[in-house]
Write a protein that binds this ligand. Structure first.
Ligand code: ATP
Length: 137
């Protein structure tokens, strides 16, 4: 069964949105198979967003991700990657449709509440980064 990595970012945790966000994924029909509240180190944030290293906002992004605890999760189900991305909504909350997580809870691209893997390959890479393999199987 397909798996995806979802992370509630520090602003989502601070705003006490873990419950409502998990509810949306559960109501959709996805299955939560791993969850961990953790404060991540700069090196993990840099590895996670390695593809964005050349972007002007990269250091702001790393600072944001390490500014407080995140909630790292693995969700499983049919088309888990695409279904999770649909629940999350477009990257920029201004463009995210009402009914999506970013559309309902976020105002600004630099504080967009939640991350979801964009491919099955990246999902596996991110699950390996945040969870030891023996925790999710
Ligand atoms: P994520 O990987 O967090 O799920 P995404 O795949 O929808 O987001 P990416 O283009 O990979 O979008 O951007 C990763 C993250 O970088 C965004 O979620 C956002 O937090 C941040 N980001 C993207 N563009 C900007 C920007 N112009 N200014 C500040 N932060 C940005």
């Amino acid at each position: 069964m397909e798996r995806t990595f979802v992370m509630i970012k520090p602003d989502g945790v601070k705003r006490q949105l873990i419950g409502p966000i998990i509810t949306r994924f559960e109501q959709k029909g996805l299955l939560l198979t791993a969850i961990q509240l953790m404060t991540i180190e700069q090196s993990l944030a840099e590895q996670h967003y390695g593809e964005l290293q050349s972007k002007p906002f990269f250091s702001e992004l790393v600072h944001y991700l390490t500014s407080g605890p995140v909630c790292a999760m693995v969700w499983e189900g049919q088309h888990a990657v695409a279904n999770a991305r649909a629940l999350i909504g477009k990257t920029n909350p201004v463009e995210a449709a009402p009914g999506t997580i970013r559309g309902d809870y976020a105002l600004d691209i630099a504080g967009n509440i939640v991350h979801g893997s964009d491919s099955t390959e990246n999902a596996q890479r991110e699950i390996n980064l945040f969870f030891h393999a023996d925790r999710v199987d």
